[in-house]
Ligand binder design. Structure first.
Ligand code: ADP
Length: 493
């Protein structure tokens, strides 16, 4: 059916509002860069008011540039980032704590020492890690005046970014989230799809602080008419990686997608049964929920991929633009034996070493800055291989891996990725797979599309990269990478 859908994609480095039509084509797109705050080493914050300002500014621009009325809104967002605000005034009690923030790593180590690991894994599918919202919530309640009391009295609201945006777009009416975002808090039982009371007790987090958990495709409510000039229904919510999995039509068991942004996220569809396999190297999570049907996914979260390139540009200023890395790497014969492990925020899947430090190994008299640039790009591909090695039983290795995100613009990296994995890489035609995915989720609810098959028929790939590297070369490069990872882990104090 002919429809106009607004997708709001609130990412780590930017907020985008993109309007799609029923063919999945972009009508217009507006973006604002976000300012990340780094108050201390290992701390990453966002200004909650900036998130709302940029959401409303970009969405209003998109709506006013569109001839047709917007029929529905889908919201997709950086996950785990944690906000707490005053229920009455809607004012945040502090900055949002970003997903990359590791200020609670000591608390996580304490929880592990108390043997909560398998209880938390069995219920939430997650490994105890500062990355998830639960310990960030605890940190905020302990750090603001009278936090615990206020939370217990029901004076505060917790939310991930989706919840925060919806609270604001509905002028404090809706305090809700969807199952995918909830599954990243380390508080949701992914089997029952309810907040886990035992885990809430462990963290001493009162239930009344938490939003209502709903399916990803749902009639959530409408925006306040004063914000965009008329009420617009909200019918789709999904965490960014879940939305991109949907945007790649990874609807069948064994299908894998990878999104390359600040970090990289590899999700494989695991079907409808809650995961029995307890793979501590990967996360078990909710893929998406349509009507009453829940699709599960396994996930590898690699924390620093695009951020390594950003560091090369802004940190040590070796390049002017991140895209320069493409030609430089193609022109540099090989990595000169240099391996760069960008463990800026520790190592995520499959290593899970919170305190691992970034290292560069193999520096020689002949090493140049070009080797370092190439090693930074290669580190992305090696880290994806680490994840797929850990998920070999679930990801179907005969299927191409569907990819999207900022780094897929780099054809050197995509070819190197195909080579190092020995698998076909299919780059999505749209660079906005995440926003498209949540447009699909929202549109399924209002009848823009009636089935997943209809959605599959409109998804296209742009470039396909086939593996060309000899297996001996692949094995040699990868084994040197594994040595570098070992050394990075040795830096753990
Ligand atoms: P996010 O959604 O996490 O904000 P994006 O998908 O917008 O991220 O991707 C941005 C990241 O991709 C940045 O970290 C940037 O360094 C990296 N990036 C963008 N273009 C290129 C390129 N041509 N080559 C390598 N890295 C790139």
């Amino acid at each position: 059916m002919k429809h106009t859908i607004l997708s709001i994609d609130q990412g780590t480095t930017s907020t985008r509002s993109i309007i799609f039509n029923e063919n999945g084509n972009i009508i217009n797109s507006f973006q604002k860069e976000s300012r990340l705050l780094f108050p201390k080493n290992g701390w990453v914050e966002h200004n909650p008011n900036e998130i709302i300002l940029h959401t409303i500014q970009t969405a209003s621009a998109g709506i006013s540039e569109t001839n047709d009325k917007v029929d529905t809104i889908g919201i997709t967002n950086q996950r785990e980032t944690t906000l707490i605000w005053d229920k009455k005034t809607g004012k945040p009690v502090c900055n949002a704590i970003g997903w990359e923030d590791i200020r609670t790593s000591e608390y996580c180590a304490f929880l592990e020492s108390k043997d909560f690991t398998s209880l938390i894994k069995n219920s939430t599918g997650l490994n105890i890690n500062p990355y998830f919202s639960a310990t960030k919530i605890r940190w905020i309640l302990d750090s603001i005046p009278d936090g615990q009391n206020k939370a217990e009295n029901g004076d505060l609201c917790f939310g991930t970014v989706d919840t925060w945006i919806i609270y604001n777009l509905t002028k404090n009416k809706l305090h809700i989230t969807d199952v995918t975002n909830a599954s990243r808090t380390m508080l949701l039982n992914i089997h029952t799809l309810k907040w886990d009371k035992e885990i809430l007790r462990i963290f001493n987090i009162p239930l009344q602080l938490l939003p209502n958990v709903l399916p990803s495709s749902y009639d959530f409510g409408v925006t306040d008419p004063k914000i965009f000039g008329y009420e617009i229904p909200i019918t789709g919510i999904a965490g960014d990686q879940h939305a991109s999995m949907f945007g790649h039509a990874c609807f069948e068991k064994g299908m894998t997608k990878c999104t390359y942004g600040t970090g990289a996220f590899i999700l494989t569809n695991e079907g409808n049964d809650p995961l029995k396999l307890k793979n501590y190297k990967l996360l078990n999570t909710i893929g998406f929920q349509l009507k009453q049907k829940t699709f599960y996914a396994s996930e590898g979260s690699v924390f620093s991929t695009g951020s390594a390139i950003q560091w090369i540009k802004d940190g040590i200023k070796l390049i002017k633009d991140v895209s320069d890395t493409n030609l430089i790497s193609e022109d540099t014969k090989d990595n000169g034996g240099l391996y760069f492990v960008p463990a800026f925020n520790g190592l995520g899947s499959p290593h899970w070493k919170t305190n691992a430090e970034g290292i560069i190994t193999g520096i020689k008299r002949t090493t140049t800055k070009y080797h370092l640039i190439r090693a930074a790009l290669e580190s992305t591909a090696f880290q994806i291989k680490d994840v797929l090695q850990a998920s070999i039983t679930s990801s179907n290795s005969n299927l191409p891996i569907k990819v999207d995100g900022g780094q897929t613009k780099n054809s050197f990296l995509m070819q190197f990725q195909a080579d190092i994995l020995d698998r076909t890489i299919k780059v999505a035609k749209t660079t906005e797979t995440t926003a498209l995915g949540v447009a699909f989720i929202a549109g399924l609810k209002i009848g823009t599309w009636n089935s997943k098959d209809e959605i599959k028929s409109i998804i296209k790939s742009k470039n396909v990269f086939e593996p060309k590297m000899k297996s001996s070369e692949r094995d040699s490069l990868y084994s040197q990478w594994c040595e570098a990872i070992q050394k990075s882990s040795l830096t753990v104090k």
